[in-house]
Write a protein of this length. Sequence first.
Lengths: 205, 434
Amino acid sequence: MSRGWWRANRLWLPLVPVALVAMLAAASYHVKTFWFDDGLHRTLVTAKPGHVAAVDIPYEDTAGKTAYRFRVRVDKVTPTTTYLDSLGDRTRVQAGVSAYRVRLGFSADPSVALSGCQLTVVDAAGHQYDVNGLPVSQTLCVPDGHEGPSPALYKGAKRGAVEKGHQRPRTWTTSPVVLVPTGARPVEVRVWFARPDYVSLRLPR
Amino acid sequence: MTLVAPSPREDRVSVRDVPAVLLTAGRLIARHWPALLALSLLGAGIRAGVLWAAVEVSDSVPILGQLILILAPLGYLLPIIAMLHLCGASLPRLKEVSAQRAPEAVTEGRERRLVDVAVSVLVPFLAVYVSYGLLDQDISRFRNEAAFNEFNRFSLLHTLHYDYAGRLGIYPVQIALMIVAIAWVLRWTLGRIENLTRFLLLAFLGALVEVYYTGQVAGQSVQVRTAGTNWLDDRVAVHTVRSTYERVVDHLGWFGHPVDALTTWVLGLVGSLDAVVVVPIAWLAVGAVVLGHKLAPPAPFEHPWIERLTVVPAWLRKGLASLLSDIVERFSAFWNGLRLLGSAGLLPMLVFGLAFLVAIRIPLLFSEAVRLLIGPLDTDTWLAISPMEAGLGLALSMAVTAPLLAAALEWVLVPSLLSEAAAGSRSPAERTTP
């Protein structure tokens, strides 16, 4: 490159990265829908290992404004050799797969709807493993048979209506099992209701 | 500062000049790549941003959304024009052409500028834009986004009013023709006002009017082609030919396979005719207008057949003649460009067509390269970044197309232009149409 070349391009060269960034920004209209809103990308609360996360996620159902308001903590994560499969049968873990039982301690007002809750486990490499809750998805975050109220899902529905005998206690624990490839070490549990928001519970190293 | 290029023979250009064109294009890229990249990236950004804005705006003001959408091709055309000027300034013969003085514009009454003959650039450019499938892409992407946006407002909380047709702006042909007529009159009126007020910005407003109506017509052509293809597919005759062909191929047994392969190959070749022939010629026409518009003859003031319409009042005849001169002038650079291409000979142009094929395929090659580099992706993640990848591919393709075009013009068109001007031994500005 001669000196003439540098002189002729001295204004254009710095413009190249600026134009590149401008172009990428203008072409980013799918990033929110297909990436950000499509995964767990916004941490609402982070709790250090053994600490309690106080969660308050506002949302709106057909009955009006409300919130997922609860406290959660990871009690312990223990390896296990059996789990309930998607049909509800107790199954042995296959070769190449490791299973971990994640015991979570919750506390919440019995009138708070928590039934739509989901769990995801993250390993040291950053891979995410959804906890397969079927057919017992209700039991990921709420006690089986005592799920408590559901959000109001249609016009005229009442939030907080619970059948007699199915009221949720003020404190409870759940123990879902997560399957990961052998060698993957869980470092974080994410509790979430709707992507991209999640509550991050760190696990001891 | 100009690139030193060996002088082409004064007579017609031959296929043997092709390596020289490629070499010149390579030198242009080496000299100007930062400017070429910056301009083409900005252009690709404009195209993507316009689309985004059109979707957002169409939510509240549908007609404004469509007006914005029409600007998307400008994200391609404006950087190409800028890059052509940039490259042209480095090439001795193109430099000589752009130093010429253009004739006076009939309506505006000042030296004719490129913006006055915008439609002459737009016609061949939109031919390229349609052939590349970019217009189709703009329209369908806008429709997809807008329809998704409309649909995605679904909510348990509110009852919604959907309005797909209003947002998507689909006009029948009659309305498109009316748009063209109104645009012609509007463009002429703007020129008259500019003549009185000397306000140059009106010329750019007029050029936008031309962008709008040519975009509408190009959109119509895409729809007509789609509708035509569907109509053909439904015809009994087409069905009969197809089924007869299939029966014959079946009947031929083992020989049927090579026959079928040959037929598919020939049909594919015919199908890609627009990529191989139309696209390079249209590109050269774009370049000829952008860099050679000053050499187009001035439009005639006299229109004998209008003069003969004695039933029409004289003032209206005068107005009609002025409008007609205006329209003829705006297309003059385009006809002039086509004439020049014709005089340059078909064979070298077809060979340049092959070189352009590489430029056309750059987005595809880039996409493959990205795939190799970043490996497999989740479909949704790919969808999130695919507009960026498409924008980068388009920008690279633009940055190669412009210097290739400038080099081809320098070698193919300008020699015949200059020899023509010399033969006339008059300055091109003084030439009039026979």
